[in-house]
Design a binder for this molecule. Sequence first.
Ligand code: CLF
Ligand code: SF4
Length: 445
Amino acid sequence: MKSDINRKQHENRFNDSRVQTHPCYSKDAHQYSRIHLPVAPACNIQCNYCNRKFDCSNESRPGVVSKLLSPAEAIHRFQAVKARLPDLKVVGIAGPGDALANVQATFATLKGIKAIDEDVHLCISTNGLNLSKHVDTLADIGVHHLTITMNTLRPEIAANIYPWIYFNNQRYKGIEGAKILIAQQLEGLSLASDAGILVKVNTVLLPGINDQGLSELAEEIQTRGALLHNIMPLISDPSHGTFFGINHFAGPSEEQINNAREVAGSNMPQMSHCQQCRADAVGKLGADQSCSSSQQNLPVDSSIEKSAVKSISKSIRIAVATSDGQVIDTHFGHAKQFHIFDISDMANTSDNQVDLVEIRSIEQYCKGIDDCNDEPNSLKNHLTSLKDCQQVLCSRIGMEPWKLLEQHNITPSVDYAMLGVSDSLNIIGENLFSNSQAKSLQEAC
Ligand code: CLF
Ligand code: SF4
């Protein structure tokens, strides 16, 4: 359903106190600070202006990397920063991947923050692919500010920006993927607006690629209830390793940005004070105290904060064959994807940290009994794809792949078949690192 908000109503929405106290939504709210909590590592699409080594470029400058936090660490960071910055008004989740490709961590963090501070604004940024199915949860948690990055309404243009998307457990490429992404973004925008969420739309201006059609984009998002439009310049540097950077696509000049804002501005109010901040930004816009680059700005006597920045002493990478990310339910030979996790032993604490690194797609090599093929050659792709992992968890596995994995120093395991992913990884972490701590104590003696 389209929201169809007329201009007068639209203008009135800017009087909302939730707009006037959010520094991104109102230029006049510059006295308020925001914090980004980097709890969302994975992403479900590929943008040609993004290199996943760096933060999500839909809200961030490429070329800077945030240290991931678990939800518990993120909540601790918020408490420590709030004690130092009483004007902290907004908590945002803007990467380093997509907030809604990491819903467990995103929702746990937002709920935890809301439980300790009812007044703070909760804000997330997403590419929109998973938005429609999570709008109700976001509204229930109390998220009032949402950014969707939408670069075009035209699939033939989008196919040049997004080589693939990953949706409902399947990868879609080119025009097919572009159509799904655009449809999901539009539906998510309408649902979020209808739920009373203040939606901002970010658009990365890509000269020669998406500069045509900005007017129709602005008109459509206005009709569907978006409040604000933020046209941001492509930052394209070959050293960032993005597709556009390596292939020397140029970012827009100031004149091109101004023209684009003028064209889109006839339909949508334009934001012009965006700082393209990083996924762990802290402070007022334009006066950043980003966490990992200036830890000295954090209170030195805060034991909470110290635990949030504790360092990793050892880690192990594990591939999990799971269809839904919840249960280890997939036969090794039937897996079309592996969830890749890092379990880290945190120095000087008894904690382990479990982080989802990515969902890695792979060609299924066994398609049933008639096609079952345990030949070493058919496993080459699997071995190459999993070569950075030390363990594989699955529900079942044949003898031949078991032996081959072991020969490549990857330990297969069916010990956790049909058990929860998260519980299993926690148990493995405890077993591994408590043993290793005991061992290193013995060696020290
Ligand atoms: Fe962060 Fe984004 Fe929320 Fe602001 S940033 S999630 S809406 S709290 Fe703001 Fe930073 Fe620009 Fe984003 S200046 S990159 S628009
Ligand atoms: Fe990168 Fe963000 Fe695009 Fe994902 S949505 S590919 S993290 S820019």
